[in-house]
Design a protein around this ligand. Structure first.
Ligand SMILES: Cc1cc2nc3c(=O)[nH]c(=O)nc-3n(C[C@H](O)[C@H](O)[C@H](O)COP(=O)(O)OP(=O)(O)OC[C@H]3O[C@@H](n4cnc5c(N)ncnc54)[C@H](O)[C@@H]3O)c2cc1C
Length: 391
């Protein structure tokens, strides 16, 4: 397993790294205080080709491989973990629209996603649960050439910043389970849509909240894939976001590691820089090793995706290993800064809080391990696999 990058991919990476260094990193903490990702910044990233570079050229994307999108998200997350949600949502939702939306609808939204003029969230979780996602209740009732949506989605990233959401709703009976679920592209400006915001531990610039649907009318043309195909087809896109999330987390941990290596050379104790003490450097060396391994696993999963090879197992591995490893590494970096680390002045505490959210978001470690077990042991042996329901 050895993934090599083309000169073009390196160029995207360098552009994203420069943008992250100059525009993102200096304001990572201020952005948390503002509670939003500035749209002018999003448009600048769009102008540079840093959102949804992997989306099809016919819809305004740059037709790059998924691996390029991975390199971009990694570079952006190094500067600001939360801004990288824009790339994450752009690629995930853009790919879903490209594959499952009617061409006019796909063109309309993807062209705006890539320029930074639109952000599209994904709304799957409901108040009664996220892991058993096939058990959802939000109702979509067919009425002529439209559907009427009623219910609540909960815990949605960028609920109050997004311009549209890909919403999973029940078009069949409750006993139909995942087979009765369809996906819709719902503009947030639709009549009857309202949102709330939660008081979160981290990722405050992204924001998470509920979306309420009160007799929201959605044209049939906004349904993605066939009726009842929300799980069987549309949710397959989550294999992609899981590999990208692994890189997003690896980058945040790498930023803390790089700052900590610098610190241990400057900080003195017992008459010498603390870098002299193996008790200080070995945990950092272990962190470097784990992050390097994580990064390669994510590149490998994206490379499999680009080759058209199944990668559900590898994507689930990235998704549970990434946030957990990053949390462990950033925690160690915080401790290595001694009492300075225990302060809101340094970014480690914010990275720790931000990364921890993705130990839950997009599916927990338990659900990822169920998916891996299902892929390895077979569906018959593992009856239940959370968000990617067996049937
Ligand atoms: C930062 C963040 C961002 C998010 N963004 C979004 C978003 O944009 N869109 C969206 O739709 N959702 C989003 N979510 C919601 C997220 O996907 C759900 O929280 C997640 O799927 C878990 O669902 P739950 O919280 O209802 O936990 P539950 O399903 O109630 O699970 C509770 C606990 O039980 C465990 N568990 C459940 N079933 C099993 C089982 N069979 N075996 C073993 N353990 C099990 C879980 O792992 C978890 O630890 C986000 C959440 C966070 C924290």
């Amino acid at each position: 397993m050895s993934v090599r990058f083309t000169a073009e991919q390196r160029a995207f990476q360098e552009t994203a790294q420069r943008f992250a260094r100059e525009k993102l990193a200096p304001h990572y903490q201020a952005r948390e205080a503002s509670g939003e990702v500035d749209r002018a910044l999003v448009r600048q990233m769009g102008d540079l080709g840093l959102i949804g570079a992997d989306l099809p050229e016919e819809y305004g994307g740059l037709g790059q491989p998924s691996l390029t999108a991975g390199l971009i998200i990694e570079a952006i997350a190094y500067g600001d973990f939360n801004v990288a949600y824009v790339q994450l949502l752009g690629s995930l939702q853009g790919q879903i629209l490209a594959r499952h939306a009617a061409p006019d609808l796909a063109r309309d939204w993807i062209s705006r996603i890539v320029t930074g003029d639109a952000i599209v969230s994904v709304a799957l979780t409901e108040p009664r649960g996220g892991s058993d996602a096939g058990n959802l209740a939000l109702a979509a009732r067919r009425d002529g050439d439209r559907y009427v949506l009623n219910g609540e989605k909960s815990s949605i990233s960028m609920a109050d910043q997004a311009d549209a959401s890909i919403v999973f709703a029940r078009t069949g009976k409750p006993e139909d389970g995942p087979r009765g679920v369809s996906a819709f592209l719902v503009p947030m400006a639709s009549k009857g849509v309202t949102t709330s915001r939660f008081n979160d531990i981290g990722s405050k610039a992204v924001g998470r909240g509920s979306i309420f649907f009160d007799d929201v009318e959605v044209p049939v043309t906004h349904r993605l894939s066939g009726e009842g195909m929300g799980f069987a087809q549309v949710m397959q896109g989550f294999d992609y976001s899981r590999a990208l999330i692994g890189l997003q987390c690896a980058a945040a941990a790498q930023a803390s590691l790089d700052e900590t290596w610098q610190y241990v050379k400057e900080r003195h104790a017992f008459g010498a820089p603390i870098a002299q003490y193996q008790g200080v450097t070995f945990p950092l060396a272990e962190g470097e090793t784990m992050i390097a391994a994580l990064r390669q696993l994510c590149y490998h999963a994206l490379d499999l995706r680009d080759a058209g090879t199944p990668h559900t197992t590898e994507a689930a591995m990235c998704k549970w290993l990434g946030p957990k490893t990053a949390v462990d590494v950033i925690h160690q970096c915080l401790l290595t800064h001694g009492h300075y680390g225990w302060s809101f002045d340094l970014p480690h505490q914010q990275r720790l809080r931000d990364v921890m959210g993705l130990e839950i978001g997009d599916g927990t470690a338990q659900i990822m391990k169920l998916i891996i077990a299902r892929e390895k042991a077979g569906r018959a042996a593992v009856q239940y696999a959370g968000k990617q329901k067996p049937d």
